[in-house]
Design a protein around this ligand. Structure first.
Ligand SMILES: [Cu+2]
Length: 159
């Protein structure tokens, strides 16, 4: 015969089991989407190509009007096809962006960046997420280049 004490022990066992399974299910439901979320460093980036000058030696950015959407990831592909060195200077834009990395050759630089200098034939990839909408200025800080028209505009829209 099963005594009353045994019954309550059996009931307690099943109640505990039910509670445990319930908790496991809850955690599974909550954690699964988090576990499957792609880390920001692995998210795909939209490529945007900008040339600093051209082979004819014109002092311009090509293109000189860049458009981004805040919160989206971009890979800014910079190159310098011209015979002289140039700067990609966009301090306020850089301050308003989160930089994942700047890569050139076999070197990756992580952390905040404000300005890039590209020597003739130089190439660099700047992976970033513009965080704040606004209109930012871009220029080349080599003496005389801004004055000659080596400027640009970066527009970051909210969506
Ligand atoms: Cu320049």
């Amino acid at each position: 015969m099963i005594s009353f004490a045994n019954w309550s022990r059996i009931r307690f066992f099943w109640q505990s089991l039910g509670l445990t399974l319930g908790l496991i299910l809850c955690f599974a439901v909550v954690w699964t989407p988090l576990a499957e979320a792609v880390p920001i460093s692995k998210q795909p980036a939209t490529e945007v190509k900008v040339s600093l000058g051209n082979s004819a030696g014109e002092l311009k950015f090509f293109p000189n009007n860049l458009e981004f959407v805040a919160g989206q990831k971009y890979k800014l592909l910079l190159d310098n096809p011209s015979p002289t060195k140039h700067y990609f200077t966009a301090k306020d834009f850089a301050d308003a962006s989160w930089t994942q990395k700047v890569q050139s050759g076999k070197v990756e630089v992580k952390g905040a960046i404000h300005e890039l200098e590209l020597k003739p034939g130089g190439e660099a990839e700047w992976v970033l997420i513009p965080m704040k909408s606004g209109i930012y200025e871009l220029h080349c800080s080599i003496p005389g280049h801004t004055e000659a028209g080596m400027t640009g505009q970066i527009v970051v829209s909210s969506h």
